[in-house]
Ligand binder design. Structure first.
Ligand SMILES: [Zn+2]
Length: 163
């Protein structure tokens, strides 16, 4: 991560918050180390219970540093616009369950949305199709047009849902 930031010319001290779309190791595993380097962790209320749960999936080879709970910046989705505004970002953070109960998406006012692992509607199983569809519907209603998934290419919103 440090090497990538350096390559992209992003000084660590310019990163105002860490935000994990959800608490799976490949998305949140560096959160505590970021905090130790001076980057506070922004947590949505819907995510607080998932942080201690993540520990149960960790393997020794992950070299995971346990995320402390008392020193995070915990906000509600309704408070997210003001919190982002204070650091110069126009947008909001929405609770978008489907891949996991604690999944959130960062939606910018230009229509860009960072969805983490939110399941593609076409790939949702029978059990979670309703929850997944509701999350995509919420994002569309709030103005999402371009999807930046955690894995895979950027895509346009309109072409990927039929709910
Ligand atoms: Zn995941």
């Amino acid at each position: 991560m440090r090497a990538n930031l350096e390559r992209m010319g992003v000084p660590l001290k310019e990163i105002r918050y860490g935000l994990a779309t959800h608490y799976h190791i490949d998305h949140a595993g560096l959160a505590q180390e970021f905090k130790q380097a001076g980057v506070p962790l922004l947590v949505l209320e819907a995510q607080t219970g998932a942080i201690p749960l993540m520990r149960s999936w960790i393997k020794p080879r992950d070299h995971y540093v346990d995320i402390s709970l008392h020193d995070n910046v915990v906000i509600s989705s309704a408070e997210s616009r003001a919190a982002l505004h204070r650091i110069g970002i126009a947008g909001e953070i929405l609770h978008t369950p489907g891949h996991s109960d604690d999944s959130v998406s960062l939606l910018l006012d230009d229509g860009s949305v960072f969805t983490g692992d939110l399941t593609h509607p076409a790939l949702a199983g029978e059990g979670d199709a309703g929850v997944v569809a509701a999350s995509w519907r919420l994002l569309r209603e709030r103005g999402a047009t371009r999807v930046y998934p955690g894995h895979g290419p950027v895509r346009q919103m309109d072409t990927e849902s039929s709910d």
